[in-house]
Ligand binder design. Structure first.
Ligand SMILES: Cc1ncc(COP(=O)(O)O)c(C=O)c1O
Length: 400
């Protein structure tokens, strides 16, 4: 009898973490590798946030807090939802955890019974299906290809819903495609959801602030207030505030759900670190002007990468509305052979041959549920990105 629990048999380790590790291993072995696998900004946490954290330690924020964090943090989150999203929550309707990821984990643990279905538009963030599977949830994938902007349509949503549907996952701007839902897109999805009152929505808005070309971010409970009572609006400080390592994520939702998630957390991690909570208060309540400056750099890089990849034979790279990823198709390279004699049949073959030939680490689209694509994170220094894209061009041109 295996020692490891059966529930883990349906769970894969994170492919994005695996790629980053492979890049690290190759670098340690002396190879010149550019890693475009990571999903974190390359900017440092802004100084005023670090200062707030240093002061917090001196002020004695070194002890346990409530499961959902310090009252000041809950108030800062309530204010954030009101300010940025026009959403009304009370502090008892706020959940705080060690990042956006455990917020989703807690929501799933608190609500999924074996056999419950979770509608997941593909391409999706790698963790959704595996987290759902951990609790016996059944992911229902809906392919959202590039020609529909990588977005779920109302018709597709309607067709995917069954009496067993518990959650629909939305992620805008998306990891890995960078696609973002407009108000009209969300309104169309909301109309379907209004006809299916047993279905809840978990919207992962972690890239909310990272949008380009004047895109106006909206979240579904804002667009359709009647869905508020069955929506968990998830967000966090990791991406926009460059605070991935601080581990603070949060969500607003109806009392019953938040209570259930809090129960889960009270018997697991208890709460996120007090010092990180104080830093997050400084982030949410403090100046936000650095975000526009970061976005200017991200946009420059996005434009550079999209343009360079579209010049690589066999690749096609759509222009994302937000986040810091691009998700090009490598369909035009399939069936070709590398100089080392390796045949490229899948997007996984493509990224494996790419790292071997040119030392560029990217993540294959199959890991995100929509092939043949690969994901490049442009949260990497511009010179490195330029070098990486030149290597990708050379690699694609070398295929026969
Ligand atoms: C779409 C999406 N959701 C959630 C997360 C997790 O964020 P956190 O680091 O706050 O757990 C990530 C991080 O990569 C992400 O890309």
């Amino acid at each position: 009898m295996a020692f490891v629990a059966d529930r883990l048999s349906a769970v894969k380790p994170s492919a994005t973490i695996a790629v980053t590790q492979k890049a690290r291993d190759l670098t340690a072995a002396g190879r010149d590798v550019i890693s475009l696998g990571a999903g974190e900004p390359d900017f440092d946490t802004p100084a005023h946030i670090i200062e707030a954290a240093k002061k917090a330690l001196d002020d004695g924020y070194t002890r346990y807090t409530a499961t959902n964090g310090l009252p000041e943090l809950q108030e800062a989150i309530v204010a954030k939802f009101k300010r940025d999203n026009g959403l009304d929550y009370t502090t008892s309707q706020i959940h705080v955890s060690c990042g956006g990821k455990p917020v989703i984990f807690n929501a799933f643990m608190a609500t999924i019974n074996p056999g419950d279905e979770i509608v997941i538009p593909a391409p999706y963030w790698v963790s959704y299906p595996d987290m759902a599977a951990m609790f016996g949830g059944v992911p229902v994938f809906v392919d959202c290809p590039a020609d529909s902007g990588f977005k779920l349509t109302a018709e597709q949503l309607d067709a995917a819903i069954t009496p067993k549907t518990k959650w629909v996952m939305l992620n805008s701007p998306s990891n890995p495609s960078g696609a973002a839902y407009t108000e009209a897109d969300l309104k169309a999805l909301a109309e379907v959801l209004l006809r299916h009152p047993h279905v809840w929505v978990l919207t992962d808005d972690i890239y909310e602030h990272i949008v380009y070309d004047g895109f106006e971010f909206k979240t579904i409970a804002q667009v359709e207030p009647a869905l508020w009572e069955r929506t968990l609006t998830m967000n966090g400080v990791s991406k926009a505030y460059c605070m991935t390592g601080w581990r603070v994520g949060f969500a607003g939702g109806p009392d019953e759900l938040i209570k259930a998630m809090t129960k889960v957390q009270s018997q697991s991690i208890s709460h996120t670190a007090a010092v990180s909570q104080v830093a997050s208060i400084a982030a949410l309540n403090g100046p936000h002007d650095f975000i526009a400056e970061h976005n200017r750099v991200f946009k420059e890089r996005r434009d550079l990468v999209v343009s360079m990849l579209n010049q690589a034979p066999g690749l096609h790279c759509p222009t994302p509305e937000g986040a810091f990823y691009v998700y090009p198709s490598c369909e035009g390279t399939l069936g070709k052979t590398t100089e080392a004699g390796q045949k490229i049949e899948t997007d996984e073959d493509f990224v494996t041959a790419l790292i071997e030939a040119e030392g560029v680490a990217a993540v294959h689209g199959t890991a995100f549920g929509l092939a043949p694509h690969f994901r490049i994170s442009s949260a990497t220094a511009t010179e490195l990105l330029e070098d990486a894209c030149a290597r990708i061009q050379r690699f694609c041109a070398s295929l026969r």
